[in-house]
Design a binder for this molecule. Structure first.
Ligand code: A3P
Length: 887
């Protein structure tokens, strides 16, 4: 049969099938065309709507990270170094950062890296005055970082001499980031008096680390980045001295190198992109980076450099404890839930990870109400997970996936008991005293009933959240302890309930891979010795993105670092955490209304209106009770409720009450109606000289106004002594005022204690300055306490003006001098006053002359500082201050 005939036959068959009759070739082609267009439209529609309807299954991604020198194969495994040397004894655990301005991206990245590592640091301007570098023969800084090498080179002569001398004397090293100039004209530059040539603005590839260097601790050399680095602004180093040791190499990435000098073979040459100066040139060890912290590997390089140059003083441990929470087990819409095969994959991955992470177990958080609520295959998945239950660690959740902050204690108790019953019935052993809350609700901001029920129902001791102090930036997340429950910071790994398919990953698959290969997820491993990661059940179904992510990330960490990955049960983990960071135990309470995310998980029946608009901070014995009483007479000003222990004072920001939490504090204030413009306030005279109070008050009430009252500090000291005698304090009764004031540091503790309470609050300028470290000066008002005694009406008018409170309250009609009391008192009727109690405005003998002279001398300098400060703040100088200065 000829070809033509054959084709004719096919055409006829096609026509008979499609049109049920004979037809022409043109008709067939037209039908095929229409058919193709319709199919194309339908397929496209299905593709773009696949997540809503039926998903065309894509293959789950497979972890594909391979180490060039694989640890698992026993290839190259250097022992991680310990940088400790005796030199560390003489230096402080602090970094000095010298910048041109703190606002550049590179400066911010340095500060972020130091915060992430929780290294204390001091930032100074290279053009300004240097901070004190030593303190009692000890160096205050363990390492000095320059944002730009150039700013060190151009530093004022004396400043540079000073830093150099400090580094030499204390054997402290310097770190420099070297940036290429913006203008492309400058190709090479020599550093004056230093045997080093810099070559600028290069694009590089084949990045690798020196295989042997004393600097490496976290870093495990041996890997190679073959692809071209993302930026074309690399600086490379051409050293000309034996003191230099290369730390990292690369090659030019063709064809981006345009400016090659004739005869200079850059293409094949190995270039140095990070360099160690061992200190043989000028006695100072230096490490230079040919770019900034945009490049992910510069982060571990920076940590190792800091550790090496500070003699191990500023060094992170090598152990990394990790915990991967699988939240919402049994929860989830049909079509997104785990199936039996997914459970098998989880078990297999867990087994593989156990070879890499000592003690690794997925932590499964379940809500029993949803058990068996999927389709048939998903219900099989639920069954399978119960079959394999003993292979995992489990923690309890809410019975249904509800946000605890919306419920009262009874409801929460019922919900958790149901879940507990479910666990018992299914034989799930929940033994780790750990729980998390759906959407972090109730953990921070704290919902007290949640903490109560956690303790009561499950004996919970540990939880985690990513909301404290807030979600972003990720490197500031911290832990705290409340009601004995340890709250660990939780890290995100880029997987949320809805990220279930790789080809729908927000920003594309590269986005997830970038996070794994040096990005946010890698940095979490790098900077946090303890990482609690959150994933969801749906991330283990579908494309099993969690399995892919963690297997890849862990492999990547092991290729590039010596970090030792481990897992321990949550209670042990939390104890470790707070041993490592004891300063984090007490939370810093913030106003939930200042941050939308927090407000959305804060109890609906709470209002930020129930917080003070101003604080009277003291100090004690200056007339604070009089001011408190007079303020309370104002129709639009409402004071706190009395406390059972500390009477009219709440004393929240300065002592143990702070640990009782925000609810406790708010309960001390009346609930104002929504339309009320009344001003709430509290007075705690102990705030004034307390070290923590300004920071804590500012954290919760950044807009609050602050009122302080000052009297002659000598009088204040004496008033306190008399106050203690009136309270039959044995020390005050057994020692004269002069004995107390002049007690040496060897005196018994209680004598020193009384001496300090007499003298220290009177160092007014120092304490006010501490408040001004946080609050802007416009929010501060200083009252002359002598004027408050002599002319309270005038003072109350000034206060009303400062507070901009309405309506104006005419105190002339409400305050009257009471000759018997010797002070102004509240007018009750024409012939009756209400004065402050016996303990205020007491009669006592005048101060002895010797004590008066001692105090005059003691306060002469602090009073001078106060007069300067009050002048600077535009306050009228009190008469007693003028007099004390001999004016
Ligand atoms: P003395 O009792 O030593 O005289 P505080 O309330 O901060 O503890 O301060 C007590 C001091 O307030 C008293 O100290 C008293 O001098 C002073 N004060 C000012 N105005 C007063 C008033 N209207 N009534 C009673 N005391 C007053």
């Amino acid at each position: 049969m000829s070809l033509r005939r054959h084709f004719e036959n096919i055409k006829n068959v096609a026509c008979r099938i499609l049109l049920k009759r004979r037809c022409t070739l043109r008709k067939v082609l037209a039908i095929v065309l229409i058919f193709s267009v319709v199919s194309f439209v339908i397929l496209n529609y299905c593709y773009f709507h696949s997540s809503k309807y039926t998903k065309i299954p894509s293959l789950p991604p497979v972890p594909n990270i391979r180490c060039r020198l694989d640890k698992d194969l026993g290839l190259f495994d250097q022992m991680a170094r310990n940088h400790d040397t005796p030199g560390s004894v003489r230096i402080g655990k602090r970094v000095l950062v010298l910048l041109e301005t703190p606002y550049t991206k590179s400066a911010k990245k340095i500060m972020a890296a130091l915060s992430a590592a929780r290294f204390e640091y001091k930032v100074e301007d290279t053009g300004g005055k240097l901070p004190a570098l030593t303190h009692f023969e000890k160096g205050r800084f363990g390492v000095v970082i320059f944002e730009h090498l150039q700013s060190y080179v151009n530093m004022a002569y004396w400043n540079r001499q000073l830093v150099d001398k400090y580094c030499r004397d204390f054997d402290v090293g310097m770190i420099f980031f070297v940036s290429s100039p913006d203008e492309f004209g400058i190709e090479f530059e020599r550093i004056p008096d230093y045997p080093l040539l810099l070559q600028y603005n290069l694009a590089i590839k084949n990045y690798r680390l020196n295989m042997v260097s004393d600097v490496w601790r976290i870093i495990r050399p041996g890997e190679l980045i073959e692809e071209r680095m993302p930026d074309d602004d690399w600086t490379v180093f051409h050293p000309n001295h034996t003191a230099f040791e290369p730390l990292a190499y690369a090659q030019i990435a063709e064809p981006f190198y345009k400016n090659a000098s004739p005869g200079y073979d850059v293409i094949n040459r190995t270039l140095i992109t990070a360099l160690l100066d061992t200190g043989k040139i000028d006695g100072i060890k230096k490490i230079l980076f040919g770019n900034n912290l945009k490049f992910w590997l510069h982060h571990p390089l920076l940590l190792d450099s800091i550790s090496y140059l500070s003699h191990g003083k500023l060094s992170l441990p090598l152990e990394r404890y990790i915990q991967v929470d699988v939240d919402d087990v049994f929860v989830g819409a049909i079509g997104t839930r785990i199936k039996a095969k997914d459970v098998e994959a989880m078990v297999q991955t867990q087994e593989r990870l156990q070879h890499k992470v000592e003690g690794f177990h997925f932590m499964l958080g379940f809500s029993g109400w949803y058990f068996y609520h999927g389709d048939d295959a998903e219900n099989e998945g639920d069954k399978k997970i119960l079959e394999e239950k003993d292979k995992f660690w489990w923690f309890g959740h809410m019975w249904r996936h509800e946000q605890p902050h919306k419920f009262d204690q009874d409801y929460l108790e019922k919900s958790m008991s149901n879940n507990l019953e479910f666990a018992k019935e299914k034989g799930i052993s929940v033994v780790h005293q750990y729980a998390v809350s759906p959407h972090h609700s109730g953990v921070y901001p704290v919902h007290e009933p949640l903490y109560n029920v956690w303790k009561k129902t499950w004996d919970i001791r540990v939880t985690s959240t990513e909301e404290y102090p807030k979600l972003h930036p990720f490197y500031i997340r911290r832990g705290f302890i409340h009601q004995g429950i340890m709250v660990l910071p939780r890290q995100t790994c880029g997987l949320y309930t809805h990220t279930i398919y790789i080809d729908e990953y927000p920003g594309g698959r590269e986005h997830l891979d970038d996070s794994i290969k040096g990005g946010e997820l890698f940095q979490s491993f790098l900077y946090n010795p303890i990482n609690v990661f959150m994933t969801h059940q749906s991330n283990y179904a579908n494309d099993r993105l969690a399995l892919y992510t963690f297997e890849s990330a862990i492999k990547f960490v092991q290729c590039w670092t010596n970090l030792q990955l481990k897992q321990v049960p949550p209670l042990e983990l939390a104890i470790k955490y707070f041993e490592m960071y004891p300063e984090e135990k007490t939370p810093i309470w913030k106003n939930p209304c200042d941050y939308k995310r927090h407000q959305s998980i804060w109890s609906a029946n709470k209002t930020c209106k129930r917080l003070p608009k101003f604080l009277v901070i003291g100090p004690q014995k200056t007339g604070t009770t009089a001011l408190y009483t007079f303020l309370g007479m104002h129709p639009a000003i409402k004071s706190n409720y009395n406390s059972q222990e500390t009477f009219e004072e709440v004393q929240f920001f300065n002592g143990n009450n702070y640990e009782k939490g925000l609810d406790w504090y708010m309960d001390h204030f009346p609930n104002l109606t929504n339309d009320s413009t009344d001003l709430l306030f509290e007075k705690s005279a102990t705030y004034f000289d307390n070290a923590d109070a300004p920071m804590r008050a500012f954290a919760l009430l950044p807009k609050t106004k602050i009122i302080s009252i000052l009297v002659d500090p000598a009088k204040r000291a004496y008033s306190w002594y008399q106050h203690m005698r009136a309270h039959t304090d044995p020390t005050a009764l057994n020692y004269t005022f002069y004995d107390i004031l002049t007690a040496p540091d060897t005196a018994p503790r209680r004598v020193r204690g009384l001496r300090n309470r007499c003298l220290e609050p009177g160092l007014y300028a120092q304490h006010i300055l501490h408040w001004l470290d946080y609050f802007p000066a416009q929010q501060l008002f200083v009252i002359d306490g002598e004027l408050l005694k002599a002319n309270p009406v005038l003072v109350m008018d000034q206060v009303q003006k400062f507070l901009t409170v309405e309506p104006y309250f005419n105190y002339t009609e409400h305050l009257r001098f009471d000759p018997k009391k010797g002070f102004y008192c509240q007018v009750l009727t024409d012939d009756r006053n209400k004065c402050l109690g016996m303990s205020k405005g007491r009669q006592y003998p005048p101060m002895d002359v010797k004590s008066g002279e001692f105090l005059k001398q003691f306060y002469s300098k602090p009073n001078l500082a106060l007069s300067k400060l009050l002048t600077k703040l535009n306050f009228h100088l009190p008469k007693w201050l003028d007099e004390s200065l001999g004016a």
